[in-house]
Design a protein. Structure first.
Length: 413
């Protein structure tokens, strides 16, 4: 592989650190926005790099659920029901990543907000990057049987077995004290960046709290550089966040291996061919025609007519509809595709779809759309109402743009 690109999301999600490996040679760490990353890649002439995403541990919730052995085979279906009472929102709003390492009859689960991941993934795709792998930064500190603590840039990253988290340095002492009551560890690895003041005091505090052996080390430069060091060791136990509906690499290897750079129309026709085959086997060929129409319109609205459509927001949703409607009529699928096409027609210059999800049981579309101001979001809402929908909008400011969360259902005035 000629290029390897590591992108480290920092808070807020629009701020990044990145590092490029050109034929194995490490380049400097840069930081900035997605737009600045695009400029960097264009300047360096980087095309289709192998991309790894690192996420801040603060974005993830960690839970442990009890599942009867009989349900482990169907863990992805049983998980939302088992974890529902441990989350602040409905499980439908989270991407759930189960860990196969079951301990004491409990299954560790990582939960990350869907909109957060969809926004990041859409940004990557718009830059022509294939979001194949994503990991939590604190997990890279993992060493079996030991607690890992990394003090860097005002944060303390913590890892132990299936627990990956981070906290502000001011709260690190209280968090570690709580962990001492919950975990049994053989030792502690403490890592500091060279800018940390009085590391000996921190070591003494942890050692007094945990009463175990402490090993220390330090690193120079940006934290991303240190994390890339860990990544290049090729650890086998890392938990890839981009699984299930966020899986891209598996699709690229199987379904898209014959897809070469082409115009939007050729890409759409290829994806249509794949989906049409699935549809035909279930005798729902009407979905294929609806998919083609909605996909082509939305693809152009999202990526622009000048960009090739390497990925789209509809493909996964179409597959979900098909999987959940096997043996039933195609009505729900057609309703979804018709609504998606109406959304495409209501889009206007200055709007960009960040994510699109379909709740089949409620016949409800959830869309995240950004625009230059609130007025253009309100105009989109009114356009959907004029098409016969109920459209609810909640808006906020995000990096100089207005971000609208839409809930759209058929049946308005």
């Amino acid at each position: 592989m000629q290029y390897q690109l590591f992108i480290y999301i920092r808070e807020p999600e629009s701020y990044l650190h990145w590092q490029l490996l050109d034929r194995g040679q490490r380049q400097a760490v840069y930081e900035g926005s997605w737009e600045q990353l695009q400029q960097y890649l264009d300047t360096e002439g980087v095309v289709s790099p192998s991309t790894t995403l690192l996420l801040p541990a603060e974005c993830a919730l960690h839970c442990k659920v009890e599942l009867p052995p009989s349900q482990l085979k169907y863990v992805h279906k049983a998980l939302p029901f088992a974890i529902e009472d441990k989350l602040v929102k409905d499980p439908d709003y989270y991407h759930l990543i189960p860990n196969s390492r079951i301990k004491n009859g409990k299954l560790p689960v990582i939960a990350i907000d869907l909109e957060y991941l969809e926004s990041i993934r859409s940004q990557m795709i718009s830059l022509g990057l294939e979001p194949g792998e994503a990991y939590l930064d604190s997990e890279l500190l993992f060493e079996p049987g030991k607690l890992g603590l990394c003090y860097a840039e005002g944060r303390t990253l913590i890892s132990f077995e299936d627990l990956y988290m981070a906290t502000d340095d001011n709260w690190a002492g209280q968090v570690i004290e709580h962990l001492s009551e919950e975990i049994d560890t053989l030792g502690i690895n403490m890592v500091f960046d060279e800018g940390v003041e009085n590391p000996d005091i921190l070591v003494a505090q942890v050692q007094n709290t945990m009463e175990v052996e402490v090993a220390t080390s330090a690193f120079q430069g940006d934290l991303l550089n240190h994390l890339v060091d860990k990544m290049l060791l090729k650890p086998k136990s890392l938990t890839n966040i981009f699984t299930g509906r966020f899986s891209f690499k598996a699709e690229s290897k199987s379904q898209f291996k014959f897809l070469q750079p082409a115009a939007i129309a050729a890409s759409v026709m290829f994806v249509l061919f794949l989906v049409a085959n699935v549809v035909e086997t279930r005798r729902q060929s009407a979905l294929a025609e609806g998919y083609a129409k909605a996909n082509e319109a939305l693809c152009k609205d999202i990526f622009g007519p000048e960009k090739r459509c390497r990925e789209n927001l509809l493909k996964k949703e179409v597959e979900n509809v098909l999987n959940n409607s096997a043996g039933q009529s195609a009505n729900s699928g057609m309703e979804f595709l018709a609504s998606a096409d109406d959304i495409a027609q209501a889009m206007r210059t200055g709007l960009e779809i960040q994510s699109l999800r379909y709740n089949q049981s409620k016949s409800e579309l959830l869309a995240v759309i950004t625009g230059k101001d609130f007025g253009i979001l309100e105009a989109f809402k009114n356009a959907m109402i004029a098409k016969g929908y109920n459209a609810e909008l909640s808006a906020s400011q995000d990096g100089g743009k207005s971000r609208g969360n839409f809930k759209i259902t058929k049946g308005g005035a």
